[in-house]
Design a binder for this molecule. Sequence first.
Ligand SMILES: [Zn+2]
Length: 266
Amino acid sequence: MSISKPVNKKSVKMLCLGNSCLKWPILLVLVWTIDNVSQAQAVFLSQDLPRRKVVVLDPGHGGHDLGAVGPSGLAEKVVALLVAHKIKEVLSEICEVHLTRNDDYRVDIIDRTAVANHYRADIFLSIHAGGGFRRQGLGVVVFYHSSDTGRIASMPAGQQKGPWGIRAKPLPWNYIQGMHTAKTQVLAKFVHRHLTAKLGSEDTVDGGIREAPCLVLRGADMPAVLVEIGHLSHPADEKELRKSKVISDVAQAISEAIKEYFSRYP
Ligand SMILES: [Zn+2]
């Protein structure tokens, strides 16, 4: 009997072997109640189906906020959304993926972080292709958030002292990212390595991994990075980012990094 089918309360079924049904006292009787079925299903779900990993992707900008715009008019908001959709396509088989925006509209920075916290994401990744004035093309930079308060937050409770040795005040929610710095750095390393391996060429500038105050990351209660996949203000980067193959490669590289992170922290 399948436990997934509704069963009438106190329903009785006889097991038959071939044409002859077994009679009492050797008659086997199975009695199922709806309560039993619900309980069995709950146990089954909680024991055999672990929570799927959750990734929240944040395509930067949107709506009136174009982000950087390339010399021939390609907007950062468009590139970021294309990459996010592509990553979702690649990762949906293995984890739950949500976007902070699914189309071309504006979302406040604080609301982007709130989406990641709402879904209790395992990873929050903000996607950008911002402006810059590099002579060479396609520089990849991976940022993670840092602030003094963030560093204090990552210390053991007894050692939480400010820069002058004064015990730190209770942490505001805005600095929660500091609790995740160690795993965030691992995530940043994987994303940077996969992206540079996929996109690297002699002309490529490696912007490296950088620590900076990032408004969109600082309230994220999970490992979180911001990725600049290129610099649209440079004609060479804009030309590359117009190619669907490059968008696909970027998405593939970030997806591989996320998979590697999940195998490190299952
Ligand atoms: Zn941007």
